[in-house]
Design a protein around this ligand. Sequence first.
Ligand SMILES: Cc1cc2nc3c(=O)[nH]c(=O)nc-3n(C[C@H](O)[C@H](O)[C@H](O)COP(=O)(O)O)c2cc1C
Length: 324
Amino acid sequence: MKKKVLAIVCGRKNGETERAARVALMAAKEEGCDVELINLGDLTIKPCIGCGVCSRRLREPLNLTPCPQHDDDMEWLDEQICSSDALLFGAPMYEQSPPAAYKAMCDRFGPSHDVAFIKHIYDARVEAGIDPVYDPRYFTHRPAAFFGLGGSEWSYMGFPILGIPAICLGLKVVDREQFNWNRGILCYEDRVERMKAMGRHLAKMAQLPFEEQYYNGPDSLCPVCHNNVMLMTPGTDECTCALCGMIGKMEIKDGKAVAHFTDEAIETSHLTDTGREIHYLDLLGKGKPMPGQPKRYPTPEERKEADAWAREMMKEIPSTKPER
Ligand SMILES: Cc1cc2nc3c(=O)[nH]c(=O)nc-3n(C[C@H](O)[C@H](O)[C@H](O)COP(=O)(O)O)c2cc1C
């Protein structure tokens, strides 16, 4: 059966991002894949309102409350993803990172789509003999490539945000690229060739089992998510990958930056099943403390007191809003 490569992009209709994605998709098509392109601008993806319903499902897997924002195109997008074999994510840079529409999608992918969380809910429901609700195709790890483009070099936070769907959806990052100072992607042969190579690689990876899929992009510091944006801890050589959260040590060797990550650190990467499982246990308060995690959580009485204090402050300083 033909593999399907799905591109999910944002930006203008027939704009630079769509054009770049279509070059990759044409190449994937030539490799025998079915291809599809979705522009988030054509969908309604309501922003997450932080109600916590999807996080509570972890504690109450047998009693699922729907996401209050469900009456939009998110479920339709889920279906498109579930029926694809490889994904291409692309976005223009708006203020150094992908636009709000892309982040809205990432937020909605949050706890509600996290493959580790959903698997626990699914298993609990199957064990209880009730409708598992979630489509088992959610748990399929897929290969994914990411690209950003912008009119200048202001793209510093591009990939750490572009790559977020890889965490929630359990994707393998098999390629990534950033095109700065873009003045018409189709006018530069090297950039067109780069996108064709990305499309061909995605088509190839879609044929391989997940364990055999590999990264084909530019040199990177993080060996798991292939991100180069590292958070440095001042006064130390400690670095944290800004996308997958792995903590390692940065070294300048022969004038070159090298980030070292131990095998134990790699197991904590948010892009690995072990890392997702750690996060799941952390959220349930069952994990071993992570850096920065308080040693104890507030008691119910402390929370009650905090809520009463917050209400007092709200009376004193209400939020100002426009009159409607
Ligand atoms: C609101 C806004 C902010 C932008 N900020 C950046 C930026 O921070 N860095 C950059 O390189 N380009 C920036 N750009 C330029 C766009 O990334 C660029 O025009 C891109 O090609 C648009 O993609 P599209 O043709 O797919 O819509 C910005 C454009 C807009 C409209």
